[in-house]
Design a protein around this ligand. Structure first.
Ligand SMILES: [Zn+2]
Length: 283
């Protein structure tokens, strides 16, 4: 018989798992980023998940996904649920094999979440969730990986304190933090096809490896744990608050980064005139 009580024995003295166990985490997007973040959270003692994704696990996903070959052809929400339950059978999972743009009861799901994890691969879903989180004062953490895995970024929306995703985009237009960088997922369909077919020389030379993505998912997970700790009366003793709410991480010395493992920390405050969270809001 399994001894589930022993599951967290090795981390319990360091990290009070029980304090986080009521947290409800909504994972929007169960691809390479979302799946790895969810697994990290499960291993940190998070037990209540709502998974949103409407995709199937394909052979080409496996090399960067938490779910391996045995799950090819399965819905990503089912595959990921199985992997999480394998780590901890006490986990409760609410599965939504649905398009986030069409999901009518999404506002209710957001409202009851401690934190929303934005790991989708497109802007419209992120901006819908940004709007819902601002409206319901729910924290979210978004993680994005840049093309060729040269780096990435993680941003934590803290209700009543930080700016929102629209504020961040406004700020980025005026700064050099990620000059010339494009996010992997925002490349056009046509370009993406070519990339997966490895027709672009640049991509062929330096594909984004899972190890590069995993730096970003590690920051992403840390910010999510911090966001949860901000919602509970007692913060786990060794989970110290993260001061900044936005980090840009460079994996290697490719413009705009000039070193391996380069970290830029930024505190994003609400931006003047933001149409979503600020005084530019439409009444
Ligand atoms: Zn804003």
């Amino acid at each position: 018989m399994r001894d589930d009580a022993k599951l967290f024995a090795r981390i319990a003295p360091l990290f009070d798992v029980g304090l986080l166990s009521d947290a409800q985490v909504l994972i929007a997007g169960c691809g390479s980023g979302g799946s790895q973040v969810a697994l990290q959270l499960a291993m940190a003692g998070i037990r209540r998940f709502a998974l949103f994704d409407n995709d199937v696990l394909e052979a080409e996903n496996v090399i960067r996904h938490a779910c391996g070959r045995r799950y090819i052809g399965q819905r990503k929400v089912d595959a990921l649920a199985d992997v999480l339950l394998d780590r901890n059978p006490a986990i409760e999972i609410d599965r939504h094999d649905t398009d986030i743009m069409d999901c009518g009861d999404l506002p209710e799901h957001v409202k009851r979440s401690s934190v929303v994890v934005l790991a989708t691969d497109n802007e419209p879903t992120r901006f819908r969730l940004n709007q819902l989180c601002v409206d319901t004062h729910t924290a979210f953490v978004v993680g994005r990986v840049f093309t060729r895995g040269i780096g990435g970024e993680v941003f934590n929306y803290r209700p009543g304190e930080s700016g929102c995703l629209a504020c961040l985009e406004g700020l980025l237009e005026r700064t050099q933090y990620r000059d010339g960088i494009r996010e992997i997922d925002l490349v056009s369909e046509e370009e993406r096809e070519k990339m997966y077919g490895l027709e672009i020389a640049e991509i062929k030379d330096s594909p984004g490896l899972n190890v590069d993505i995993s730096f970003i998912t590690a920051f992403h997970t840390r910010f999510i744990l911090d966001a949860i700790a901000r919602t509970i009366p007692e913060r786990p003793k060794h989970l110290l608050p993260i001061e900044e709410n936005y980090v840009v991480w460079g994996n290697r010395p490719v413009h705009p980064f000039n070193k391996h493992f380069q970290l830029q920390r930024i505190t994003l405050t609400p931006q003047e005139g933001c149409l979503i969270c600020g005084n530019g809001k439409l009444k």
